[in-house]
Design a binder for this molecule. Structure first.
Ligand SMILES: CC(C)(COP(=O)(O)OP(=O)(O)OC[C@H]1O[C@@H](n2cnc3c(N)ncnc32)[C@H](O)[C@@H]1OP(=O)(O)O)[C@@H](O)C(=O)NCCC(=O)NCCS
Length: 141
């Protein structure tokens, strides 16, 4: 039985391992999730099976009407059972309850059906990677 929990007590090693499993990464690095979530996230939600973390999502806000969904992950062994939908559904209610009225997300094209099932409608958006060699910026215009 998988339980959906809002603002659960985050174990950095467990969440890092789940993230790596979901994204098919061999990275064994532990990220400081708990501190980052407490500092920057409006809401976070976990899916737990017994003691095991099998799903996660959070939203970072602007302090006002907008928040952005990040790091939606479900353990590959638990996917396609409705856990992703349940996580985002809970997150949506949690952020709405603290005054967020616009919830944003971006994703790769193959996940369009998932986010449509979560209730997101299509929009245009932009994304800029800042640790690459991009075009040089100039201060004169
Ligand atoms: C995206 C992800 C969180 C979905 O979790 P999930 O628990 O498997 O999703 P659900 O079972 O709630 O899916 C609900 C519906 O969304 C759609 N859907 C989910 N995953 C899909 C996929 N990979 N491809 C196409 N449609 C998908 C389906 O319509 C599905 O309903 P169905 O199973 O009855 O056909 C999960 O696949 C995952 O962790 N992926 C790897 C990490 C990742 O890419 N995260 C997204 C970051 S933006």
């Amino acid at each position: 039985m998988v339980e959906i929990r809002s603002r659960f007590a985050v174990d950095d090693a467990a969440l890092s391992a789940l993230h790596a499993r979901a994204f098919g990464s061999r990275d064994t690095h532990t990220s400081p999730w708990r501190a980052r979530l407490e500092r920057h996230s409006v809401a976070w939600v976990g899916a737990v099976d017994g003691d095991e973390l099998v799903g996660f999502v959070h939203a970072v806000g602007d302090g006002g009407a907008h928040a952005f969904v990040l790091d939606t992950v479900v353990d590959p062994a638990y996917q396609r059972r409705g856990i992703g939908l349940a996580l985002v559904g809970r997150l949506r209610g949690d952020v709405a309850s603290v005054g967020v009225t616009w919830l944003h997300v971006d994703f790769e094209p193959h996940l369009a059906a998932f986010y449509a099932a979560c209730g997101f409608r299509d929009t245009s958006a932009g994304l800029l990677r800042l640790d690459d060699d991009g075009p040089e910026t100039s201060t004169s215009v």
